[in-house]
Design a protein around this ligand. Structure first.
Ligand code: MOS
Length: 727
């Protein structure tokens, strides 16, 4: 049975504020480290981190720490064999003497109080043998890769020929820095061993990956691990799979025989956990005189520990623009920096930072409007796959046109550096955005209660995105209830397995799971009403009507709750078309000619992301992404100490993310689209789309304002100030 949820539902699609909002603003939502009541009395864990990037621990002196007041247990990395690495992790989280990156966890001290644990940890004396061959230099690695001549008849050589034959050519190199998630809530876990199971109250985006990852790392069976993570203070890809906080807390709790609580101190987050690795990207665009792309080449070099994915900046390019000849190459350089892994729209976020400046530069070369240049090169097929796939629904050109109209793009100044208001140069820029929109299998359980309320359970998480709200809306719509009559329970490994929050697949996947569970519940209700055909039932205002008879749902469940559980099998691999989301971003900036300071004055995003399930939470996702884009454009960079091999600016005082005062009014427009390939709700992810392309729109606006083309992010004032006109 399928139920058509219409375009704009009674509850679904309506602008509902977050159902858990009151808990968050009143400080009563339980974030991991605040959950003092979930277990027995907790001891406090404090981590010890390696102070070298690569090498080996010769010895660890722990006697003084052991004798320090309040200390209950110490577990060091030398106490055990190296712990296995789970499927999604790259660096080893704990165990063994070998150090693979700076601030790899090497011990946990467990004590009665935080102060006791911290001061005892400082007494641990570690003797290292430093590996002098460690390599932290992306520029050098890139130079080596870039200077290698392509073999004759190779893809690279054939592309070079096509590019050289193009009538108009652009060949430029762009740089994006290492970036850090810098979520508000640090990595934190409470661990308790109870009834033969490890219970972890933690902060995690993907409960099933977390459960499997913890089990693998600690040599347990998955069902011996219970994960609970109902609220997450930001993850951005950093909390997709286990980190050292969970493993250390588990080991500490085992050693102490008591529950242990551990929150990673802010200064160690950047080096102990994952980051987005820096990229050096070469873009070659060849066109004919009319601006049609004939050759499109995108190569990028990024650093990673051995076996890691690195930041794949090139993947979207052949999916975004049509070209006769396409060439992409993702070069992974093995560096000994901390683990490079998923962060905020991995791939596209960094790739579009370069591609969308290159498109701006090429439009200028051609004397074309950058909006038009993109529109005439819009792709209909995904050319990155061996078999070309059509997009199920693609309205990129409409995003461009709507955006240009609403932003007033026609009225802009077209001569770079020619619009000045007193001390400020004013500029306008735009960029396109592409982000994949996968949908993955996802399950849910719904429980109709004797009082007529509905409980929804799935291990989906809400990382601040609005999952509680849209899942409640989906269930309310399906069963004729108000949102207030639905209790959504998330983030627990005892609930049916969803995809989780990652890769902007969460919303489409988890609502599909709730949808099929509700279909199953409707079928069960039909059986209880005397085997009436399920699709003849009408659910409305807490009742169900069939053949002229109207029954309150509460009456049906009066004898006991009615439970249905189901898994939605929608799977990207089975969909014959390509699913993606598209956007156009526009920005207005001012640049102070005296200081070189850039301020963003106006931002607009026009998004094509299928059905919008809740305009408030969807808009919040997009404006949050746009804020991240401002950070990427103007401030965010993790600075590598290339001598010692660590990120030096490892706190929020020196790794600058935008604050409220940096953000102007932001406008977000959603095209009124539906994507029939995107599961039963015809909706796609939107969160990561909000970030993709934003930084390039700002960089292009800075060029329009100043005439200075910066190809090296972030656009800090030192890169502009020498080239600005006199005050
Ligand atoms: Mo996302 S970087 O998959 O949380």
């Amino acid at each position: 049975m399928t139920i058509d949820l219409g375009k704009r539902g009674r509850v679904l699609g309506q602008p509902k504020t977050r159902v858990e909002g009151p808990l968050k603003v009143s400080g009563t939502a339980g974030y991991a480290a605040d959950r003092h009541q979930v277990s027995g009395p907790q001891l406090i864990g404090y981590p010890v981190m390696a102070q070298i990037a690569k090498g080996r621990i010769r010895s660890m002196g722990i006697e003084a720490a052991k004798a320090a007041p309040g200390v209950r247990a110490i577990v060091t990395t030398l106490d055990m064999q190296p712990l296995p690495i789970s499927k999604h992790n790259v660096a080893r989280l704990f165990g063994g003497a070998d150090i693979h990156h700076f601030q790899q966890a090497i011990a946990i001290v467990v004590a009665d109080s935080f102060e006791q644990a911290r001061s005892a940890a400082a007494l641990i004396d570690v003797d290292y043998r430093v590996d002098r061959k460690a390599d932290f230099d992306l520029e050098a690695a890139h130079e080596k890769i870039a200077s290698a001549k392509p073999r004759p008849m190779s893809k690279a050589a054939r592309f070079a020929k096509a590019f050289e034959a193009a009538e108009v050519q652009l060949d430029q190199t762009y740089r994006t820095p290492d970036q850090s998630h810098m979520m508000m809530e640090p990595f934190a876990s409470i661990a308790e061993w109870r009834d033969g199971k490890l219970h972890l109250w933690t902060s995690n985006q993907m409960i099933n990956w977390m459960r499997g990852g913890v089990a693998k790392t600690l040599g347990l069976k998955p069902d011996e691990v219970v994960i609970d993570s109902p609220y997450i203070g930001g993850g951005f890809g950093g909390k997709l799979f286990p980190r050292a906080d969970a493993i250390l807390a588990a080991l500490g709790a085992k050693a102490a025989g008591r529950p242990v609580r551990l929150a990673m101190p802010r200064p160690v987050l950047m080096n102990n956990t994952t980051h987005r690795s820096a990229t050096i990207q070469r873009l070659r665009i060849g066109t004919d005189r009319d601006g049609r792309i004939t050759a499109l080449g995108h190569e990028a070099t990024t650093g990673t520990l051995p076996g890691g994915p690195g930041e794949n900046a090139v993947d979207q390019t052949p999916r975004f623009y049509a070209a006769k000849k396409v060439f992409t190459q993702h070069n992974k350089a093995e560096l000994d920096l901390p683990e490079s892994n998923a962060m905020r729209a991995p791939g596209e976020a960094a790739g579009l930072m370069a591609l969308e400046i290159a498109m701006d530069e090429m439009a200028e070369k051609l004397g074309l409007d950058p909006v038009e240049f993109r529109a005439i090169n819009d792709a209909t097929h995904d050319a990155a796959l061996p078999i070309k796939r059509r997009f199920s629904d693609r309205n990129f050109v409409e995003c461009l046109r709507r955006g240009a109209e609403v932003f007033g793009w026609e009225q802009r100044n077209r001569t770079p550096g020619a619009l000045r208001e007193g001390r400020h140069l004013i500029g306008h820029g735009m960029a396109g955005a592409y982000r994949g929109a996968p949908i993955f299998p996802s399950a849910a359980r719904v429980r109709l209660q004797p009082d007529g309320r509905l409980i929804v359970e799935t291990d989906m998480t809400d990382i601040g995105t609005g999952s509680y709200t849209i899942l409640g809306q989906t269930a309310a719509e399906m069963l004729g209830l108000e949102l207030e009559q639905v209790d959504v329970r998330l983030g627990n490994s005892d609930f049916p397995v969803s995809f989780g929050s990652g890769g902007q697949a969460g919303a489409a996947s988890s609502t599909a799971g709730v949808y099929v569970a509700c279909v199953a519940l409707r079928e069960e209700i039909a059986r209880r009403l005397g085997n009436v055909p399920p699709d003849e039932l009408v659910f409305d205002a807490g009742t169900v009507a069939s053949k002229g008879r109207t029954v309150p749902l509460a009456d049906l469940a009066a004898e006991g709750e009615i439970v249905a559980e189901q898994k939605a099998g929608w799977n990207l691999r089975q969909i014959p078309t390509q699913l993606a989301t598209f956007a156009a971003h526009f920005a207005e900036v001012s640049v102070d000619v005296a200081t070189g300071e850039v301020r963003v004055r106006r931002m607009l995003a026009v998004c094509d992301a299928g059905r919008i399930m809740n305009p408030i939470t969807a808009r919040s996702q997009v404006i949050g992404g746009m804020v991240m884009g401002v950070g990427a454009a103007l401030t965010e960079a993790a600075e590598v100490d290339t001598d010692k091999g660590f990120f030096a600016n490892h706190d929020l005082a020196s790794y600058e993310v935008p604050v409220h005062a940096d953000i102007p009014d932001q406008e977000v427009i959603f095209l009124d689209t539906e994507d029939a390939a995107a599961g039963p709700l015809r909706a796609k992810g939107v969160g990561e789309l909000g970030l993709c392309g934003v930084a390039a729109a700002i960089a292009n606006a800075v060029y329009n304002a100043t005439g200075v083309r910066v190809r090296d992010y972030p656009l800090t004032l030192d890169k502009l100030i020498d080239q600005l006109p006199p005050v």
